[in-house]
Design a protein around this ligand. Structure first.
Ligand code: ADP
Ligand code: MG
Length: 684
């Protein structure tokens, strides 16, 4: 339960004066739904207003504040032309105040002739005269703030307006007990939380206040991870020591890579402990995570327990099932698959097998953790593409075994080392930083969109050689519909040339429909698969050796890398064509060039972070919602070590967060909405 003291901050914005449904809309577009969101909507910049009593050409380009007296109106001859109000300062210098947009009535009313007014705006030179376009106006004796915050805006919202709302929000902000370690706070000269919040909005340049708020956010994040980590360590799970008898029976056509062997050893070491494993296996697409997972599952079975493998989608679940069945063929190991689509007798049989232990390994979607599914002795859970699952889902797993099972999470999204601690600090890490031998790197080319006809010709040649291809359609922001239209249009265009060899798969399709399309592609019945980004991570069609990605500049690098990983799965050469628009920014160019240059996902992740900032990477953990609002990538990098140490130390000393600082830290968890772990807090 959220502490009462925070209630005023978690009220809806509509609780503020002047905020009704009309204003709520543009606020909502900015992600501001509650009072606290206003506080954390930090200024992106500021204007300094220089107070002057005389107009000077030297001030052109500056935002000035000055008292002037209107002398004359000059309306334009055309009805849509600007209204110019001629005014003079105290020394008789002229300035023209310009208003665009229709009627002159408004200007005349605001600026009556002969009445001195204090105005503020950016001074410009227009021919021989000085002018200010749309100056802000106050009475003669009122003052402007010298420094004014500029906020990220949406249509229908101004910085002024936001500043007013932020002021109300600040008025509701309670003083909170300090959660920062006193010596750390003193060393940085950080203000209290509420003061820091007030200061950053009053003066966006206040680096000390900004750092304090960022630290709070990072600290809350690390604290939540530390709680999960401590909780896992404290639980008594079951030591699973495999005797190797099943693994020895495996007849693999290849040797494990060094990285695979090392990861298996790390996993084996963890599973032999009685505190449950919580380990993340990071490995680029194609690095061989499935085999590592299979080894871990075999260890569990050797030790007499069951294993489960959780996949984010139906297609992936079935594919893992097939792979495991092939890999473990000939071993006395029973494998089953269970997804939301399995019903009736087959499902009943699977449930029985799980309950009586005759099924050793279950692969499936989240359906495998439904209440009705009971295991005889679940010892290990492997979570594939773990970023698609939240902490909450992982906690559900913990309840399925008689004792909490070991957890091996896997991700094909390489994460920069600097971010690993912030994203996955609760888990131990294994990295597959070595590719299986004999893999030919995918050849990547960047092609201008204007040359799409040539690309289609190349596709034609490719298909006529009996090979297959993916064609990925643009990601249109915030509009699933236009995504779909683009993909449909492309599929139709290709079909007019290649007929029924064109398949289409997109996010709006139902599971069965999607599977049917995928199955036809897998079987080679269709030659080219047009897809929105739904082509699943991990989908494996070795004969598909060409991938075309439209509007490649609109994808994140990590995403491009993932998509590219759909090809290069068989032997032989694979090609990735990145279609780019004509007007590209420097950064966009650099990013696409990087894709051409390297196939190393870890390197791409590091560079992407450098080129673009952490925002998107950080946002990927839980379905799009950004993890850090206050901590910029730079601040995150700077503050992370201290925040992690401090959080772990606090949990070591006061695991239940019962003491004075502990109680304050609890409030921070709620303030930054990292409270999912609070339920795990050790009481007493
Ligand atoms: P990931 O899930 O990490 O993307 P996979 O587990 O699907 O990668 O493995 C990709 C391909 O590499 C599979 O076809 C697999 O059989 C093969 N593979 C895995 N390990 C090795 C190895 N040590 N040597 C050769 N090929 C391997
Ligand atoms: Mg995989």
């Amino acid at each position: 339960m959220r502490p009462d003291i925070l209630n005023p901050l978690f009220a809806e914005v509509q609780a503020l004066k002047g905020v009704g449904p009309t204003l709520a809309k543009p606020l909502d577009r900015l992600g501001i739904a509650r009072v606290v969101d206003l506080l954390f909507h930090l200024p992106s910049g500021w204007v300094d207003r220089v107070a002057r009593d005389e107009l000077m050409e030297g001030d052109v380009g500056r935002t000035i504040t000055i008292t002037v007296t209107p002398r004359e109106y000059r309306t334009s001859s055309s009805p849509r032309g600007p209204t110019r109000v001629q005014a003079v300062d105290a020394h008789g210098n002229h300035v023209s105040l310009v208003y665009f947009g229709g009627s002159s009535g408004w200007a005349k009313k605001q600026l009556p002739l002969g009445e001195a007014k204090r105005i503020s705006g950016k001074l410009e030179q227009y021919g021989q005269e000085l002018q200010i376009i749309h100056p802000e106006i106050v009475g003669e004796d009122d003052a402007f703030r010298e420094r004014e915050a500029i906020y990220p805006l949406s249509e229908g919202m101004t910085s002024r307006r936001l500043a007013g709302l932020v002021e109300q929000a600040l008025g509701r902000a309670p003083a909170l007990a300090e959660w920062i370690e006193p010596s750390l706070k003193a060393r940085h000269g950080w203000p209290d939380w509420r003061e820091a919040a007030a200061r950053i909005h009053a003066d966006p340049a206040d680096a000390t206040a900004r750092a304090r708020l960022a630290y709070d956010e990072v600290f809350a994040n690390q604290l939540a991870l530390s709680i999960v980590r401590a909780d896992t360590r404290r639980r008594r799970g079951r030591a699973l020591a495999g005797d190797g008898r099943l693994r020895d029976m495996l007849r693999l056509p290849y040797q494990l890579t060094g990285a695979q062997a090392r990861s298996v050893r790390e996993i084996e070491g963890d599973m032999a402990q009685s505190s449950p494993m919580l380990r993340l296996l990071q490995g680029d697409v194609g690095s061989g995570k499935t085999l590592v997972a299979a080894m871990a599952l075999l260890i569990a079975v050797e030790a007499g327990a069951q294993g489960a493998m959780l996949a984010p989608t139906e297609i992936l679940a079935r594919q893992h099932f097939e792979t495991l069945r092939r890999t473990l063929a000939g071993l006395p190991v029973e494998i089953a698959v269970l997804t939301g689509r399995d019903k009736g007798r087959a499902r009943e049989a699977t449930l029985m097998g799980l309950a009586d232990g005759s099924i050793h390994i279950l692969v499936g979607t989240h359906a495998i953790f439904q209440e009705a599914v009971g295991y005889r002795d679940l010892g290990l859970v492997v979570v594939d593409e773990q970023h698609r699952f939240g902490v909450a889902e992982r906690m559900l797993l913990q309840d399925k075994g008689r004792q909490p099972p070991h957890v091996l999470a896997m991700t094909a999204t390489p994460i920069p080392r600097t971010l690993t601690l912030a994203l996955h600090g609760e888990m131990d890490q294994s990295r597959l930083d070595e590719m299986p031998p004999g893999r030919e790197p995918i050849e990547t080319r960047v092609v201008s969109e204007e040359r799409v006809d040539e690309v289609v010709n190349a596709l034609g040649r490719h298909l006529s050689e009996g090979k297959q291809a993916y064609w990925v359609c643009p990601l249109v922001e915030e509009s699933e519909t236009s995504d779909l239209q683009a993909a449909e249009a492309r599929a139709a265009a290709l079909a007019s040339r290649f007929g029924d060899r064109v398949g289409l798969v997109h996010g709006r399709m139902r599971g069965a429909e999607k599977d049917a399309v995928m199955a036809r592609f897998s079987a080679g019945d269709t030659g080219v698969l047009v897809a929105t980004t739904v082509i699943e991570v991990g989908v494996d069609v070795p004969n598909a050796t060409l991938i075309v990605i439209e509007h490649a500049d609109r994808f994140g690098l990590a995403q491009l890398h993932q998509l590219r990983g759909r090809v290069g799965r068989g032997g032989g050469r694979s090609v990735c064509l990145l279609l780019r628009g004509s007007a590209l920014s420097e950064t966009a160019r650099a990013r696409l060039a990087l894709m051409r240059e390297t196939n190393d996902g870890f390197r791409i992740a590091e560079e992407d972070l450098r080129l673009r900032g952490a925002g998107e990477l950080l946002g990927t953990r839980q379905s799009g919602e950004a993890m850090f609002r206050l901590a910029t990538p730079e601040l995150l990098g700077e503050l992370l070590p201290a925040a992690t140490d401090d959080a772990r130390l606090l949990i070591d000393r006061d695991g239940g967060l019962e003491g004075e600082r502990g109680q304050a830290a609890r409030v921070a968890l709620y303030l930054f909405e990292r409270d999912a772990g609070v339920a795990l807090l050790r009481s007493g």
